[in-house]
Ligand binder design. Structure first.
Ligand code: IPD
Length: 254
């Protein structure tokens, strides 16, 4: 049994609590705190972060927090994105989720991603099988780009959206289909579940993918992260089923 089973129970509870609020408020009028060209910060983001932090703190008072809505991190830290897929959520698209990871001395130990509308709960403890609603999941066995469905991230910063679109255009000729889903965490979980095959994004924050990384790797997939020199806690991500020649496909696009 993993050392972090209790933490996982706590993360699941917290994710379901925040997910409950997101679902109740889905499709209703929402308070926008900040709006920029490609991003929105919603008041409900902060409310969900508070719900998650309160729930986790009650069980593990000494652990730190790091996340989209603040926190400084520490040796044992929860990495939280209370609402991944914010723009989808705001526009009434059901592709969004709560994402909670635990990192201990720099190593991600658990991931929990909850999509309230579909009721999908993806979980993994490092070194154990990844699960979707308590059923084991595994990445796809597709090896050829021509059969693959690849996600491209349309990031919010550093012109990464434009970079994503250029990649989208190039890679679309090599694969079966390309998708931009609007939630990095869910995209990675879909790869973990073998529904789709790869994900690339030029500039993405750690909290957008930390939980889903554990799930993907525990399902047999791979995630490569190249930290940005300009933006802390941010960088480029290539994630895939571990079988596709995704690097070759991307090189052709540079
Ligand atoms: C965003 C989503 C999106 C990704 C962006 C993220 P947010 O997270 O994951 O898919 O392309 O880079 O910022 O803002 O909805 O939590």
């Amino acid at each position: 049994m993993s050392n972090y089973t209790r933490e996982m129970e706590s993360a699941e509870r917290a994710a379901r609590l925040a997910g409950g609020l997101l679902q109740e408020s889905f499709g209703k009028e929402l308070i926008v705190d900040v709006r920029s060209a490609h991003d929105i910060k919603l008041r409900i983001d902060k409310q969900c972060q508070q719900i998650i932090c309160d729930a986790l703190k009650a069980d593990f008072p000494d652990y730190s927090f790091l996340g989209e809505e603040g926190g400084e991190g520490g040796e044992i830290e929860w990495i939280i994105d209370p609402l991944d897929g914010t723009v989808n959520y705001y526009y009434g698209l059901p592709l969004f989720c709560v994402s909670i990871a635990l990192r201990v001395h720099g190593v991600l130990q658990l991931g929990c991603v909850y999509a309230p509308v579909t009721g999908e709960l993806y979980t993994a403890l490092r070194g154990q099988q990844a699960m979707l609603n308590e059923q084991p999941i595994h990445v796809s066995s597709r090896r050829q780009m021509a059969q693959a469905i690849v996600f491209v991230g349309h990031g919010a910063h550093d012109r990464s959206g434009e970079a994503g679109i250029r990649r989208f255009a190039h890679i679309s000729s090599q694969v079966c289909k390309v998708r931009i889903l609007g939630s990095a965490a869910l995209s990675l979980c879909y790869i973990a579940a073998g529904k789709l095959d790869a994900y690339v994004e030029q500039s993405i924050h750690l909290w957008d993918f930390a939980a889903a990384q554990v799930i993907l790797e525990s399902a047999g997939g791979k995630l490569e992260y190249a930290p940005s020199e300009c933006e802390p806690l941010s960088g480029a991500v290539i994630a895939y089923n571990g079988l596709l020649p995704i690097h070759e496909a991307l090189e052709m696009s540079s």
